[in-house]
Design a protein. Structure first.
Length: 273
């Protein structure tokens, strides 16, 4: 028994001596199959991924470029973030649409989508013959039972041989400065008047002076005997003897039919001295 105790204690002493007397790396326990642990090292254990985001109720995926008079496909994706449901959709014109809406709109239908899933939807769109080339905005409205409607914007590009109609002419103003008489010193100004209504109209006018000349304002009336009529009048200008050379800016203001606000036009009257 005494011999066994001596042998055990000797083995332990040899082990401790090997640990404490290493010449290469003092305190290194690798030779004993032991590893140190740094309590301040970051945790590199991979974390499990979180839950996926809920499906988006409506997305635009793209569309076919289509010639006028033909049918092109538009592609959408319908997402259902809730329970399995039949989802109603409606396709119509989008924001910024130019021109008359196409007869095909609105296009409506239903699609069955499983819970927390997505399903692709193709909607054919018939482009009317004669449609001019351009990018036409679309809007898909999606209604999931129990939720407020959600929309997604898209477009369809149209190619056409049709020539777009010319823009409408600008509206004719109610009053315009038409000019002066041709004397060395003009004494009369001329003005164009226009009746914007489709009926006879009694117009009232007022001419004011930029300079503080006596005799202003000058007022009068003009009778239009028919709708859409355009005519002119001459208004004599009382020039004071003390008027300095230069220009006097005159303003003609007229009343308008159908409750429209008054409109004005200006003209420069020269003083030659």
């Amino acid at each position: 028994m005494k011999l066994m105790r001596v042998l055990v204690m000797g083995a332990m002493a040899a082990t401790l001596g090997a640990v404490g007397c290493s010449h290469d790396k003092p305190g290194n326990l690798a030779g004993l199959g032991l590893h140190t642990v740094n309590p301040f090292a970051p945790d590199t254990t991979p974390r499990p991924p979180g839950p996926p985001p809920p499906p988006i109720p409506a997305q635009f995926l793209g569309s076919d470029s289509t010639h006028d008079g033909q049918t092109g496909n538009t592609r959408w994706r319908i997402g259902n973030p809730g329970n399995t449901a039949t989802i109603h959709w409606s396709l119509g014109i989008g924001s910024g649409w130019s021109g008359t809406p196409w007869p095909v709109f609105p296009i409506e239908g239903d699609i069955r989508v499983m819970a927390h899933k997505e399903k692709d939807l193709t909607i054919p769109v018939a482009v009317p013959a004669g449609t001019v080339s351009g990018l036409y905005p679309l809007r898909l409205l999606v209604t999931i039972p129990g939720d407020p409607p959600v929309n997604a914007d898209g477009f369809i590009r149209v190619f056409s041989d049709s020539v777009p109609p010319p823009p409408p002419p600008p509206p004719t103003p109610a009053v315009e400065f038409a000019g002066l008489d041709s004397l060395p010193q003009p004494t009369t100004t001329y003005w164009f008047f226009f009746n914007e209504s489709d009926q006879p109209f009694q117009q009232h006018w007022t001419l004011t002076s930029g300079r503080n000349w006596p005799g202003f304002p000058i007022t009068g009336g003009f009778t239009f005997t028919s709708g859409g009529q355009r005519d002119s009048i001459g208004v004599g200008i009382p020039i004071p003897d003390t008027a300095a050379a230069g220009f006097n800016r005159l303003t003609m203001t007229v009343t308008r039919p159908n409750g429209l606000p008054p409109e004005s036009a200006q003209g420069d009257f020269p003083i030659n001295k």
